[in-house]
Design a protein around this ligand. Structure first.
Ligand SMILES: [Zn+2]
Ligand SMILES: [Zn+2]
Length: 446
């Protein structure tokens, strides 16, 4: 191998020259750039072994430079150098593609040590993140960590279906996506830590709404307490306050000893505005549910078909009755409006491989709980049949339903499907259950 080369991207001329001298003395070929844009240009033209990149620079900042270079030059090692030591900067730099984060002023000893480590191919360093190849090599899978609605109910009568509140893990196309942060998220966190060891846990948490049973596990999510982890939380603004404020609210001092802002992980809360977004290559569609306050369901479009998650949702029948009771609206108008709303829900679920749906009440119970924002068994079966869903998981079990009761509800639901003559699969969502989706290629082989 010839002379190794390094590119130093740094807007401070004195600092850049000083580092350049260190490398030149050690027989490195040195390129220098005074801003992010010319740095990227030089990097692509000369393909150096190592790039040293400042964080705060004019034109493109260090994060942008890392991202751009990483997309085009995989083998190049990028060392971000910063004058400040924020855990967030460090995590963001690694997320953007940097291999190392060093603090200024840097000495040759520190540089030499990290370069040796980065350029030595064996033994391989523990991977910085759960790599897409690792997650993408297996077909998309769903794992249920919490299936209960309203309140956790552990105990001997809920041992088979589980007592933890809403939390579903989806791994698809290189992404780790978590749906809701009910109490089930605690066990998910412990499992991820065990699986990934010292590696970074990188995940996106999609919140449907901030009712307790969907967020109360978050303060007990172990990966949130480690600065190496990257956790993105996405959801919609509530009726009264933003998502961030509500999540922080449940961790204020009267309720919890550690505030949300004290959590050491790189935690980014983003309020969603659009009803369509992408997590990596997974397209995500959101739809407002018929549930008190602001509540959505999500549909994830994976390479092995769609997964829908609509944990809290009521049929539109009571809406029809309410409308019909209002002055100036006749029964026909009310029926048309409610019918149109239901049609949108059917469209949202259309042809899903798996739909995880609110089935909190039996039909009898529902009569007493109209307007509470949850579904009856027969209404959810009809909805899924109309939408041509392939497999339904009855979800958000009522805290008063024991295992035997849920068994009976599943049987009733299956009976309804049999009567319809369709082949839809129905199961009761069970804590710990794992569902593998088949990739299209595997499907054709059969
Ligand atoms: Zn709920
Ligand atoms: Zn709710």
């Amino acid at each position: 191998m010839g002379m190794p080369s390094v590119l130093i991207i740094e807007d401070d001329e004195d600092g850049r020259r000083a580092v350049a001298k260190l490398f030149a003395r050690a027989d490195w070929k040195v390129f220098e750039a005074a801003d992010g844009d010319s740095g990227v240009e030089l990097a692509l033209r000369n393909r150096p072994e190592v790039i040293l990149c400042d964080l705060l620079m004019p034109k493109s900042n260090g994060f942008q430079v890392c991202r751009t270079i990483r997309q085009q030059l995989q083998p190049t090692k990028i060392i971000v150098v910063s004058g400040r030591d924020y855990a967030v900067d460090r995590a963001s730099a690694l997320e953007a593609g940097a291999d190392e984060f060093l603090l200024k002023p840097i000495t040759w000893e520190v540089l030499r040590e990290s370069i040796d480590r980065l350029l030595t191919p064996i033994p391989e360093r523990p991977r910085a993140t759960t790599s897409p190849e690792e997650l993408g090599s297996v077909p998309p899978r769903i794992k249920l960590w919490g299936v209960r609605g309203s309140l956790p109910v552990p105990g001997p009568t809920t041992i088979r279906y589980g007592g933890n509140t809403s939390c579903v893990e989806v791994r698809a196309d290189g992404e780790l996506i978590v749906l809701d942060a009910g109490t089930g998220i605690r066990a998910l966190g412990l499992a991820l830590e065990k699986e990934l060891g010292p590696g970074t846990i990188k995940l996106t948490l999609l919140i449907t709404h901030t009712h307790w049973d969907h967020i109360q596990g978050l303060p007990f999510f172990p990966p949130a307490y480690n600065s190496k982890n990257l956790i993105r939380i996405l959801g919609y603004e509530g009726a009264r306050a933003g998502l961030g404020a509500i999540l922080a609210g449940q961790m204020e001092t009267p309720f919890f000893p550690v505030s949300l802002h004290e959590l050491p992980s790189h935690l980014a809360i983003e309020e969603l505005k659009d009803m369509e977004l992408h997590i990596g290559t997974v397209k995500v569609q959101a739809k407002f549910a018929n549930h008190p306050g602001i509540c959505v369901g999500y549909r994830l479009f994976t390479s092995a078909g769609s997964i829908a998650y609509m944990p809290d949702n009521e049929p539109y029948e009571p809406l029809k009755m309410q409308l019909a009771a209002q002055d100036g609206i006749d029964g026909n108008e009310a029926r048309n409006f409610a019918g149109a709303e239901r049609a949108k829900m059917v469209e949202f679920l259309r042809d899903c491989e798996v739909a995880i749906l609110d089935a909190q009440y039996t039909d009898e119970e529902y009569k007493k709980h109209m307007g509470w924002g949850h579904s009856s068994l027969s209404s959810v079966v009809e909805l899924a049949l109309d939408a041509n869903v392939k497999r339904v998981l009855l979800f958000h079990h009522d805290p008063s339903h024991d295992d035997d009761m849920i068994d009976r509800m599943v049987e009733q639901a299956r009976e309804l499907v049999r009567k319809s003559g369709k082949a839809m699969v129905i199961e009761g969502a069970r804590e710990g259950a794992e569902i593998l989706l088949e990739l299209p290629a595997q499907r054709q082989l059969r």
